[in-house]
Design a binder for this molecule. Sequence first.
Ligand code: HEM
Length: 413
Amino acid sequence: MSHTPETTRPELFTWEFAADPYPAYAWLREHAPVHRTTLPSGVEAWLVTRYADARQALADSRLSKNPAQHNAHAHRSGRVGIPGERQANLMTHLLNIDPPDHTRLRRLVSKAFTPRRVAEFEPRVQQLTDRLIDSFAERGSADLIHEFAFPLPIYAICDLLGVPAEDQDDFRDWAGMMIRHHGGQRGGVGRAVKRMRTYLAELIHRKRADLGDDLISGLIRASDHGEHLTENEAAAMAFILLFAGFETTVNLIGNGLYALLRNPGQRSLLQESLARGESGLLETGVEELLRYDGPVELATWRFATQPLSIGGVDVPVGDPVLVVLAAADRDPARFAGENTLDLARADNPHLGFGHGIHYCIGAPLARLEGQRALATVLTRLPDLRLAADPSELRWRGGLIMRGLRELPVSFTP
Ligand code: HEM
């Protein structure tokens, strides 16, 4: 029996959808690849689900990142955005600006946040990873989100930025308040964002008088044709590095470990390869995990500044466009065996880090943390088992991110 698209249209943004959005995305890719929908907030937006359209939209300069381009109707009907977005939008940062401002700020931050700085950070990431595993290794059980995936990125970014060790637990608390936003505590997010911003502004002010080797000092020092970041810009930049680099990396580690636990054959191959001292499968494996169940389900907002057509569908000026990375990265037109986890996948131009001028500036750090976290857990806790029925696991219900609330595991101490 054949169904018309109308009769089978899946419901989006339900709890069932949050647990496994992939069947709904497969339906959209096939029947309504550029689809106008009403988001839970009441805002109407276009979802772009095919790989080719998604890649093109991410690089389309007619799609602005500036929320001021948002149409009046959507403004009236509700909020736009990512957790903490209202607060974050009070400042100018890379994810809400367009060229030429974006070009200038991105060039300046790139001078400080270099691949070399990240590579030199590897021993510290390994140390943090081991320290966190030490804290539960004797117990034989753990919640790998709360005890591992959540604290690792926050301590790593704090260290890289140069937040003194004695203040890093404050950031852990604030980040916890931000991530719990998805449980509905919006006031807490505002407070957390405000405290983080105030702290960073003060830290930048102090560091200006006493520059060191850390990334904040690097941001203050960075110059391009005589131009520097202002103190405000440096604070907004430090904030967005924390904000964009925190929950994403929690989800890379959490979703990644979960996918490995659910795919024992692939996990064994990776463990064997690590035991031989190889790194190739770990590297392609992290890319595959970004494709298969990546941390960012939908790329951040874009707004049409001119009438444009995406995949043959006309998008009016001012309409918000959401590129569904999770759908694009499982498009069978680009990825053979799209629903299969294949850690050795060689041809893998996934969109997990985005594409175009807003391509993730933290990708080298995310890869480093993801690789060290997965390799160390699989090596130190070789018989790791999921300690819950997959149907009982809860996913955080944000719009942009995709990640587990908890990941209970057991293992031989
Ligand atoms: C941009 C994903 C980790 C900082 C992005 C974008 C994606 C992304 C998809 C583009 C968004 C868009 O175009 O709408 C991820 C994933 C991560 C991760 C999956 C972890 C696995 C990090 C880390 C940092 C970071 C660790 C920094 C410490 C940023 C910044 C931008 C960005 C600043 C904005 C760049 C720009 O607009 O020019 N990221 N990210 N991210 N990411 Fe990441």
